[in-house]
Design a protein around this ligand. Structure first.
Ligand SMILES: Nc1ncnc2c1ncn2[C@@H]1O[C@H](COP(=O)(O)OP(=O)(O)O)[C@@H](O)[C@H]1O
Ligand SMILES: [Mg+2]
Length: 145
């Protein structure tokens, strides 16, 4: 199948559009005949990372690549970055603003869930910004039967 590659901008605090990249990616994966379970795992990962850029960063971009054997997604944002990655990966840890909490975010489960659903995750951060990479392997069993 053709390689699917898309790039999107993600705006700071744009809660109304948060989830758009996850929805579009979900649709593209379904179209390629991937199973509901596989699509769900990827959608969770993309959604959580997308929300994080919206509520924790000053804005950024995401590149979604889908090939025959993997889905890889890279989120790149501009500051403030994550001072302690180990802490950020802890279940329940959150520095979400009251604005984010009022809108139902900030359970502190996004990064732990991304780690759980993906086959590979890499998180790099400085005060300039954050780069989050996640990869999902596509094997025969990832296709709907
Ligand atoms: N893109 C990001 N930029 C800055 N900080 C982030 C980013 N993503 C995550 N974080 C930090 O990691 C913490 C944990 O993230 P997460 O597990 O998704 O929980 P939540 O988003 O509910 O706070 C966040 O509260 C925030 O401090
Ligand atoms: Mg989060």
């Amino acid at each position: 199948m053709d390689t699917y590659s898309k790039k999107y901008n993600i705006e700071r605090n744009d809660i109304n559009n948060a989830g758009t990249v996850a929805s579009l990616t979900k649709r593209a994966l379904k179209k390629r005949g991937l199973s509901r379970e596989f699509v769900k795992q990827v959608t969770i990962g993309v959604y959580e990372a997308e929300i994080n850029v919206v509520i924790h960063s000053y804005g950024g971009t995401v590149i979604v690549n889908i090939s025959d054997d993997q889905v890889d997604i890279t989120f790149t944002d501009v500051g403030p970055g994550i001072p302690c990655i180990e802490k950020a990966l802890t279940k329940g840890y959150s520095t979400a603003s009251s604005y984010a909490i009022e809108n139902g975010f900030g359970a502190g489960m996004g990064l732990p869930n991304i780690k759980a659903v993906s086959d590979e995750m890499n998180l790099e951060s400085s005060e300039k910004g954050t780069i989050l990479y996640m990869k999902f392997d596509i094997t025969e069993k990832c296709y709907a039967s």
